[in-house]
Design a protein around this ligand. Structure first.
Ligand code: SAM
Length: 260
């Protein structure tokens, strides 16, 4: 068995309580202390899992204040798990700071693989998943337009977290900056009873959602990457052929694998 890490990041379900791993349950049952974004929310999950452990609040508003004491305790040998309200801690949630400080002190950090909202939304969009950029929440005011402009020519699939009351505004702004026809996908209430995914051009998605009397639930927005004009396939092959003529034999065989 590997030595248990000082700090383990433990992903928790984003809706469906079945989406917790056996390893997550074991670790939560083994640690000395569970750091939670909200002790009531995590308390309910732990009760469901029949795990009784001391809980301590660890969130955006106290992470600087409680960090030093937690690090002392971790250095003395206590084992802690960090959970957020839902999904993977550190993904648009607190966690980064504590991880960085643990690593700086040579304290082992483990992160269990598990639920996070961005992955199912990306894959349900049907857009390219070989390369993607997770943007989390867009800036609400300052820097928002600049960020959108910067992203307009991004060719990787883009993933955003968004709130239900801002989604129509965001879709309209994206349609303005990226163009109304850019394909996009809105995944709402993933893994929950009223889960839905709508995929359509940005302007159409904005109109569809704007027509609803109310939009509820949690949302991930996925936008297809920009299609940048590329030389046609024949031209690309010619370019490779030209380059290969300059390569060493070893490099040439690597390139052959790539082109196969
Ligand atoms: N740590 C979480 C994760 O790993 O996905 C994200 C936490 S962030 C504070 C909350 C945002 O995640 C929501 O506003 C929404 O954009 C997204 N989200 C979380 N659960 C979701 C769900 N069940 N369906 C759709 N989006 C969800």
């Amino acid at each position: 068995m590997p030595v248990p890490a000082a700090l383990t990041l433990v992903p928790t379900p984003i809706g469906n309580l079945e989406d917790i791993t056996l390893r997550a349950i074991r670790v939560l049952g083994e640690v000395d202390l569970i750091l939670c974004e909200d002790t009531r929310t995590s308390g309910r999950l732990l009760q469901h899992l029949q795990i009784k452990k001391p809980l301590q609040a660890y969130h955006l508003h106290n992470e600087h204040a409680v960090g030093p004491r937690l690090l002392e305790r971790l250095a003395q040998g206590e084992r802690m798990a960090l959970v957020s309200d839902a999904g993977t801690p550190g993904i648009s949630d607190p966690g980064f700071l504590l991880v960085r400080e643990c690593l700086a002190r040579g304290l082992a950090v483990e992160c269990l693989p598990g639920p996070t909202a961005l992955v199912p939304a990306l894959l349900k969009s049907g857009f390219g998943a070989e390369r993607f950029a997770f943007e989390g929440f867009l800036p609400v005011k300052k820097g928002r337009q600049t960020r959108l402009q910067e992203l307009a020519r991004e060719t990787r699939t883009l993933i955003f977290y968004e709130s239900p009351h801002r989604i129509v505004k965001t879709l309209n702004q994206l349609a303005e900056v990226f163009g109304p026809d850019r394909p996009a996908s809105v995944s709402r209430e993933l893994t929950k009873l009223f889960e839905e995914t709508l995929t359509a051009p940005l302007a159409e998605l904005a109109a569809t959602l704007a027509a609803r009397p109310v939009i509820k639930g949690e949302i991930v927005l996925v936008v297809e990457g920009a299609k940048i004009e590329r030389p046609n396939r024949e031209q690309t092959r010619d370019n490779y052929a030209d380059r290969e003529n300059d390569d060493t034999p070893e490099q040439q065989s690597d390139d052959d694998d790539t082109l196969a």
